[in-house]
Design a protein around this ligand. Structure first.
Ligand SMILES: [Zn+2]
Length: 453
């Protein structure tokens, strides 16, 4: 009951605040640290990030989308769509109709991105608003003929400081004002691949650097007077798991590589058979007990990874920690892309700002839920998407939310009140019905009086 009252009051207060700041459009900065596995937060120290969370919210696990690769997941965050619906189904793709190729080094053709509309485009369609991007997959591509008003061409050699400087300058000085901005950083993904997440010493060093960058980000926002009014989401695209040279699936041992084209390799391989699909499938099917082999029409529904021409006729999904290779290929020590139900593939989400509660922790949301939440914060009408806004309500100050423990508490409280009331009613009824036999007893005593005398 107490939490209900608090929620009621916070709703009223937020309602008032919403009216008073009507002239200032809400602003949101979306930050991604690539490959930030959710449980790094429990296994390493992040003093700056923990301070950020203390004053904001934390979602401990974000269930991302299959395949758990960089480009597909970054595009799901900003569109709210599964990969089969937004069309970026891998970091390496081939379109059989147009014969076009896509890779993370050759990603500028809008053809690949135009199956969806990312939030920065929708934001810019609003009157008097612009978007900015200090990198994020797709932000340097004219999607539906529109780039963010301010953006940087992707280059991994540009420092975090330069990206941060650009994004804060745009957030402060632009007209129309930048109300949606993205900031992207390649770590800890690059080091996760290089060392593997079980290399505690190297990961400790890299993750400390990440935490220092978060410290820099918060410091700069405070110095520039952006901290109090800007909503900041820090999240990631996927996690990372340990690989090993002892866990290799060598396709060349099972099938002649001239019978198929390999569009994407590991840990989810996309296979385009050159002649006979059934024959290629039958050979791959028995290749390894550590890999699932699916014909496109048999890909499990839970992956939401089927209804797109860019998904190839045969998909191989390696078990966690296993690497699909061709002869002589060398493994990376860490990788991602595996089944999105694996917790090692999940990132986290932290958020701070006027839209978010302070000091609130939440167990899990889906990465496609982030899009409708961001649209709500910015006051944008979301496009059709696979997310559920209700999943994020507990994070937001202007929403009613009763989570499961609270709901159970309220039910138990109500039952206690009912039991107490029932008990009181029974006692009262008993007291009211007592006087009649008692008065008859008195009469009997009176009757006895003459005998005593
Ligand atoms: Zn990534």
């Amino acid at each position: 009951m107490k939490s209900l009252v608090i929620l009621l009051f916070s709703g009223l207060i937020t309602g008032c605040r919403g009216n008073s700041s009507h002239s200032l459009p809400p602003k949101l900065l979306l930050v991604s640290f690539d490959g930030f596995r959710a449980d790094y937060l429990q296994n390493y120290e992040f003093p700056h990030l923990q301070n950020f969370i203390k004053e904001g919210v934390l979602v401990e696990h974000v269930k991302n989308v299959f395949i758990t690769k960089t480009f597909p997941n970054h595009y799901s965050i900003v569109t709210g769509l599964y990969e089969e619906s937004h069309g970026i189904v891998a970091n390496s793709m081939y379109d059989v109709v147009t014969k076009k190729h896509f890779s993370d080094l050759d990603d500028k053709d809008p053809f690949w991105w135009n199956e969806a509309v990312p939030i920065w485009v929708t934001n810019q369609l609003q009157e008097n608003r612009s978007s900015a991007a200090a990198m994020w997959p797709g932000t340097d591509v004219p999607i539906h003929n529109t780039t963010p008003s301010y953006f940087m061409n992707y280059s991994s050699s540009v420092s975090f400081e330069e990206r941060l400087n650009n994004i804060t300058t745009w957030l402060i000085n632009s007209n129309p004002p930048v109300t949606f901005a993205t900031l992207y950083w390649e770590e800890p993904d690059a080091s996760g691949h290089k060392y593997g997440p079980e290399d505690k010493e190297n990961m400790y060093r890299v993750l400390k650097e990440i935490d220092d960058l978060i410290g820099e980000l918060v410091h700069k926002l405070k110095v520039l007077g952006l901290w109090e009014n800007l909503n900041v989401i820090i999240t990631s695209d996927h996690g990372m798991t340990q690989c090993s040279k002892d866990r290799l699936i060598n396709l060349d041992r099972c099938i002649d590589n001239s019978s198929y084209a390999l569009i994407d390799l590991t840990p989810v391989a996309a296979v385009l058979p050159k002649i006979n699909t059934t024959e290629v499938y039958n050979k791959l099917k028995v290749c390894s007990p550590h890999m699932n082999v699916y014909l496109k029409e048999d890909i499990p529904a839970r992956f939401h990874y089927q209804h797109n021409n860019r998904i190839q006729p045969i998909i191989l999904v390696a078990d966690e920690g296993w690497t699909i290779v061709l002869n002589k290929s060398l493994p990376k020590l860490g990788d991602h892309g595996y089944d999105n139900s694996l917790s090692s593939m999940h990132p986290f989400l932290a958020a701070h700002g006027p839209a978010f509660h302070k000091g609130y922790k939440h167990n899990t949301i889906n990465s496609v839920d982030i899009y409708p939440m961001m649209c709500h914060i910015l006051g944008l009408k979301p496009r059709p998407n696979n997310g559920t806004f209700g999943h994020t309500k507990c994070l937001l100050v202007d929403q009613w939310c009763i989570n499961l423990p609270e709901a159970v508490g309220i039910v138990i409280g109500a039952l206690l009140v009912l039991t107490t009331l029932t008990g009181l009613i029974i006692i009262m009824q008993n007291r009211l019905s007592v006087p009649r036999p008692f008065s008859r007893l008195q009469l009997q005593e009176d009757d006895d009086d003459p005998l005593i005398e």
